[in-house]
Write a protein that binds this ligand. Structure first.
Ligand code: PEP
Length: 274
């Protein structure tokens, strides 16, 4: 009897998350990192535009390309007027001032960005803290950009049984004092650090469980305010063969793709297989 009521309770919660995080649309984000020169990025954008033009792609799939800062304006120009949206790989929270090496979110917006990746593990590895990520999330929303917040555990944290705690903590910290206005959106990418660039993604059951934890954490922060505003996506060695393992889940609405986004054909196959 006890077990039964626990499982009914669990079932109710699962239904609730799946309902709340049931995506209205899918989103696929390409993170080109620092992998391409400006001319390679332009060529890649042209290849992609041509291939997308020839492909039948569901209009409910949002395609976001995140080039490096130097290529961003030209890549945005190539995709102008198309369905492809542009994202930056980072952005600074201050508006202007003596901040050597930083790029303001307002400039990114003016350059054609609608999205910004924040808290990627490769930035966290270089010392970016949860406090800085939170400032960037709030500033991104204030500038009308949709933050793509990356969270995920290292292999050591997973081995120590800390996975859920780490993910919850990162979500709570990133969303601290964030208030969503109508129509504002947030994307949270679950990216287990140890599978990024490894060629070996996690299984779909693992991704489903992590998305439940993220869903619960965002509910804790926003309560009802987040209905339809938060999308959870998966990132880590996604390819055309495994994409459906993740986007076929009821609580995952897309993917963040690194390596496999560098080849236009492969990336379009991922989009088609979503
Ligand atoms: C990433 O770095 O965000 C990523 C998902 O990379 P990859 O697809 O290469 O694992």
């Amino acid at each position: 009897m006890v077990n039964c009521s626990i499982s009914i309770k669990r079932w109710y919660h699962i239904c609730k998350y799946e309902f709340i995080f049931m995506p209205e649309y899918k989103i696929i984000v390409a993170n080109w990192k620092m992998q391409l020169t400006v001319s390679e990025a332009k060529q890649q954008a042209l290849n992609l535009k041509k291939l997308l033009g020839k492909s039948k792609i569901d209009k409910n799939i949002e395609i976001v390309i995140c080039p490096d800062f130097l290529s961003l304006v030209e890549v945005a120009d190539i995709f102008k007027g198309s369905r492809v949206k542009i994202g930056a790989q980072d952005g600074f929270y201050e508006e202007a001032g003596a901040y050597t090496g930083q790029i303001s979110l307002s400039d990114l917006k003016a350059s054609g960005c609608q999205y910004v990746i924040l808290g990627h593990s490769e930035k966290r590895n270089l010392g970016e803290t949860d406090i800085v990520i939170n400032k960037k999330v709030r500033a991104a929303l204030a500038h009308g950009l949709t933050p793509i917040i990356c969270v995920g555990e290292t292999f050591e944290e997973r081995k120590e049984g800390q996975k859920d705690l780490v993910v919850m903590h990162q979500v709570y910290q990133a969303l601290h004092e964030v208030r969503l206005k109508p129509k504002q959106k947030i994307v949270i990418a679950y990216e287990p650090v140890w599978v990024i660039g490894s060629g070996q993604a996690i299984g779909s059951a693992d991704a489903y469980d992590a998305a439940l934890v993220i869903g619960q954490s965002t509910l804790d922060v926003f309560e009802k305010e987040s209905h339809g505003s938060v999308s959870i996506i998966y990132g880590g060695s996604v390819n055309p063969e495994n994409i459906k393992d993740f986007t076929g889940l009821p609580n995952i609405s897309g993917a963040l793709v690194g390596g496999a986004s560098l080849d236009a054909k492969t990336f379009v196959s991922i989009i088609k297989n979503i």
